[in-house]
Design a protein around this ligand. Structure first.
Ligand code: PGA
Length: 240
């Protein structure tokens, strides 16, 4: 793992965002895997600014996203699709037909196979962006007895519900989600991992220094050949 520590999330957004801009300029029809949550927002902001300035175009880029809530309309303000629309899709020149998203309201098995095939048909994901949950989850792969494979429907843990409930002010937060599995995430050619804030410090330590175990799903990244880890000082505070 290539571990880089920055002063704050703005610096990370710029550094990680620059990797994307350079990659897209060198590979205009690349396939990108995106993530939701507060952590990647500065990276999306940087990409949107660069697109607006004419320094990069997303017109041939294809995208996938890690996960989506079940039992929530795609147009609800808290869906992950709307999060991506607000923070990136509406601000860059991506073509709607090049955006693929897990459907949390479809039959889980059929949707898993549709998504797997869609990724495969587009040549696989070139760069997958990842954050981490306080419990070590990546996407919605919660601590478990085994590493998961392709996309599947998961019951969210109390820790995740507590962390994400703050965003739901009109309806209760969904209890289930469709998520890319660990197997599908590990197929990405390159991973950009970002964690910020002291609340992530223990999970980051377990991911980098702990044993590789499904009890800390992010620990599997120790076995991926190309992971760049972006941390702020708080998230890196428990590393030596
Ligand atoms: P966050 O979520 O960026 O909102 O902290 C990350 C995650 O749970 O994977």
């Amino acid at each position: 793992m290539d571990i880089r520590v920055y002063k704050n999330e703005q610096e990370i957004g710029e550094a990680a965002g620059k990797i994307y801009v350079d990659y897209i300029n060198a590979n205009p029809s690349c396939v990108l895997g995106f993530a939701t949550g507060a952590t990647p927002v500065p990276t999306y902001t940087y990409m949107a600014e660069q697109c607006k300035a004419g320094n990069v175009s997303f017109k041939d880029v294809k995208t996938f996203n890690l996960d989506e809530y079940c039992d929530l309309p795609k147009e609800h303000k808290n869906s992950f699709y709307m999060f991506m629309y607000d923070n990136l899709f509406s601000k860059v020149d991506l073509k709607p037909e090049n955006i693929d998203f897990l459907n949390g309201n479809a039959d889980p098995e059929a949707e898993s196979e549709r998504y797997r095939k869609s990724i495969e048909d587009k040549g696989g994901i070139d760069i997958q962006l990842l954050g981490i949950g306080r419990n070590g989850h990546i996407a919605f792969n919660e601590p478990a007895d085994e590493f998961s494979g392709e996309a599947y429907k998961i019951k969210l843990t109390e820790s995740t519900i507590e962390a994400n409930s703050i965003y739901f002010d009109d309806i209760p937060m969904p209890r289930y989600a469709m998520t890319m599995g660990i197997g599908s995430i590990m197929k990405a050619r390159k991973i950009i991992f970002i964690a910020t804030g002291a609340a992530k410090a223990q999970a980051v330590r377990d991911m980098i220094k702990g044993e590789v175990t499904p009890k800390c799903p992010a620990s599997i990244l120790q076995t991926h050949p190309d992971v760049t880890v972006f941390l702020d000082e708080a998230a890196a505070s428990l590393l030596d």
